[in-house]
Write a protein that binds this ligand. Sequence first.
Ligand code: RI2
Length: 301
Amino acid sequence: MDVSKTAEKIKSMEIRGAGKIAREAAQALKDFAIEVDEVDSKKFLIALTYAKDTLKATRPTAVSLENALNIIIKRAQGKNVKEMKKNIIIAADKFINNSKNAVSKIAKLCSKKIEKNAVILTHCNSTVVINSIIEAQNQGKNIKVYPTETRPWGQGYITAKALADNNVDVTLIVDSAARYFMDEIDVVIFGADTITEDGSVINKIGTFQIATCAHEYKTHIPVIICAESYKFSTTAKSAKEVIIEERDPKEIIDPDKIQGVKIRNPVFDITPKEYIDFIITEFGEISPKNAQKIIKKLMMF
Ligand code: RI2
């Protein structure tokens, strides 16, 4: 069924990016609910839960995936399967629309924070960050961006190309050159995979290193996080409670080429709140120490 196809695509990173993963999983759960041939409400719910668990098990770190599935499953109610299906369809469509609207809203808010002639450093490939920069560029702000390559997957190439295609002045750099170029940078902007109650931001490996360089720079370079509300965890009080995904070492190098060497490939890291100036959500800008405010709103969904 489509659930296993979508699950495989998320696992293999054919579908990637915390927001996109959430939207695609919501669509897959909706399609599953429509197609499943079951009239018994209890058995229908068991099948739906199995589909949810299959999707959730694909990537353990980005809470956006879990939040999307939970928001939909919560609505799987009704006096019969037909009614349950109807409510699931409404909930999934609503989540997908809200998610897209949140990205547009954050892009507008973030673009206002970007000054004319700003030089921005970003890491990995975040839809909401790219949209924010394009929005600022379309306001005639003459933006310059340094995207990092983002080893081992090279998501920075996608970011670089998307920005260049939208008339942004782009210079691609390797991850380890972030400090070297810091003298030129006005602001660092990242996306997020998960934000915990204590304001820690879990994002692509290397984020903390860059945030540290910016934070400790002599003039202090601001670090902004762009994150939709469903990137906030309703359960994890601190980042210690979040599983950091470690992927196949082969993504880094063929182990046969360096036999006898251990290789580790964690794909996310944790940036503590002290290294983040503010987080922009669709509900506005917050200090990371106030993450709880967004979590409260998310729990009402
Ligand atoms: P948007 C990505 O993870 C990156 O860590 C990126 O910063 C984050 O998702 C958010 O992306 P991966 O799927 O939701 O490449 O802003 O591992 O698009």
